[in-house]
Design a protein around this ligand. Structure first.
Ligand code: ACO
Length: 443
């Protein structure tokens, strides 16, 4: 009979330890602490910069098999959800664990719809931003500010309070996002229209002009709804890790979502589809694709929208997005960048470099082209990601709060700094000789 344990010998002492294996795939890092050279020794730590091989939680929300290209929310394949569900139903599924029954679905949609309005004072902060303020900067600030409007959100262990804050967050993110955009183009804010679907209303708040009633194009409304579904969760990525880590201090969920949104703002996370568009624009023409592939293979540039830390196969989300791109172009007209993208993919997928490195298109390769065709400026791409990811952040935060094993997130470090030394009065200190050290700032 095989045992679910790992036997480790410490060659410094010759001692052997038996460490239990949990869930058939991990050891508890704290068990390493038993491995020590003496009673005074603190014990071994696991060193894992960027958490590339550390499970920080048990989670029942999203399953990914990166080698096989599988993504499931609460067990449901992403392909089925994209084809047959809608974003609010998926939000319910992710946050609550199961698809809603008809009456729950109706009540959930009603609750979200009736929380879309934001307090008028929030428009005053938005007014105060510079005209060219990045909408992601506005979103980070305003979603954080919501915590001051809902002080009861601090009751994070009250299930009813968590439910209401969930409705508010899912409902108000599109309103904040659209208002940030309207501010940047100097248009008056378009208030929510509760007759429209979640995604239809977002398009209304973004693009309504002088018409009395905005009518979203059903193909574009469906396409954006699917894009929101595809972004709804992706297990322990950078922004979700930020949500859990900040939330573990027991701060209110609006502040934790502000932190997660800030993490998403970074170009390595929420900004890759913008980089993909800029790359396609710089290639300029299908005939330049072979030269670009050559540059990528020579290590001069990376193919943006290709490769993934987890997926070593075609990102299942990219397959779905590629399909909906054709439907969107039927309405908006074809964006010439799509031909460049398709040719890049065709050549790359047949090339040894990309095959041997397991590089496939990721979610960002085609999503930017669709957003652009729908009229979203590049700055809004990470904002759209944030709207879609909000249910995932909330579900992960709630799971963390209710998990008895979780405590305030507090990693260890390997200290590599100076040994203890005595304070030296300022006039007795030697010059470091570093001309780049503190000088008066140029401005
Ligand atoms: N183009 C060319 N070569 C690449 C690419 C790429 N897009 N991505 C990885 N490689 C190569 C690397 O040069 C490296 O080659 P080597 O082993 O010969 O040195 C190898 O593949 C492994 O690359 P890493 O950077 O170690 O892979 P990692 O898992 O750390 O990075 C990442 C994943 C950041 C996504 C990377 O593939 C990349 O930079 N892609 C382009 C940016 C992008 O599309 N980001 C979006 C990710 S999806 C999301 O965040 C929603």
């Amino acid at each position: 009979m095989s045992k679910e344990t790992l036997t480790v010998t410490d060659n410094r002492t010759g001692k052997t330890y038996e460490i239990p294996i949990v869930e058939n795939q991990a050891i508890r890092a704290i068990d390493l602490r038993e491995i020590r050279t003496s009673d005074e020794d603190f014990g071994l730590l696991a060193y894992d910069p960027a958490f590339t091989n550390t499970a920080s939680c048990r989670s029942a929300i999203t399953y990914i098999d990166g080698d096989k290209g599988i993504l499931r929310y609460r067990g449901y394949p992403i392909e089925q959800l994209a084809e047959r569900s809608n974003f609010l139903e998926v939000a319910y599924l992710i946050v609550k664990g199961d698809l809603p029954a008809p009456s729950n679905s109706k009540a959930f949609v009603h609750n979200i719809t009736h929380h879309t309005i934001i307090h008028e004072n929030i428009t005053k902060f938005i007014d105060g931003f510079h005209y060219d303020a990045h909408p992601m900067g506005i979103l980070v600030s305003t979603v954080g500010a919501l915590s001051t409007f809902y002080p009861e959100a601090k009751k994070i262990f009250d299930a009813e309070s968590r439910k209401v804050q969930t409705h508010r967050l899912v409902a108000k993110m599109p309103t904040l996002a659209a208002f940030a955009y309207r501010h940047s183009i100097g248009m008056p804010y378009a208030y929510p229209d509760n007759d429209l679907s979640y995604t239809g209303n977002f398009l209304n708040m973004m693009f309504k002009k002088t018409e009395l009633k905005y009518k979203p194009n059903p193909v574009l409304e469906k396409a954006l709804d699917v894009l929101f579904i595809l972004h709804a969760d992706h297990e322990q990525n950078c922004s979700t890790n930020a949500m859990r880590s900040v939330g573990s201090s027991h701060v209110d969920p609006f502040s934790a979502v502000a932190a997660a949104t800030a993490a998403l703002y970074g170009p390595l996370h929420g900004g890759a589809n913008e980089a993909a568009i800029r790359m396609l624009e710089s290639i300029g023409d299908v005939k330049n694709v072979p030269a670009e592939i050559k540059r990528v293979k020579a290590g001069e540039v990376r193919l943006q929208g290709f490769g993934h830390r987890i997926y070593k196969n075609y990102d299942p989300r990219a397959k779905i997005i590629k399909r909906i791109a054709d439907e969107v172009f039927e309405v908006t007209g074809k964006d010439p960048l799509i031909d460049i993208a398709v040719e890049l993919e065709r050549i790359a997928l047949a090339d040894d470099y990309f095959i041997s490195h397991k590089l496939y298109p990721n979610v960002d390769f085609y999503s930017g082209i669709i957003y652009k065709a729908m009229g979203f400026p590049l700055d809004m791409f990470p904002v759209l990601f944030a709207i879609g990811r909000t249910p995932g952040w909330i579900a992960q935060w709630q799971e963390m709060l209710l998990d008895k094993e979780q405590r305030i997130a507090r990693p260890r470090q390997l200290y590599v700094g100076a040994e203890e030394r005595d304070y030296v009065p300022v006039d007795e200190r030697a010059d470091h000789g570093d001309p780049a050290d503190e000088q008066p700032d140029a401005r």
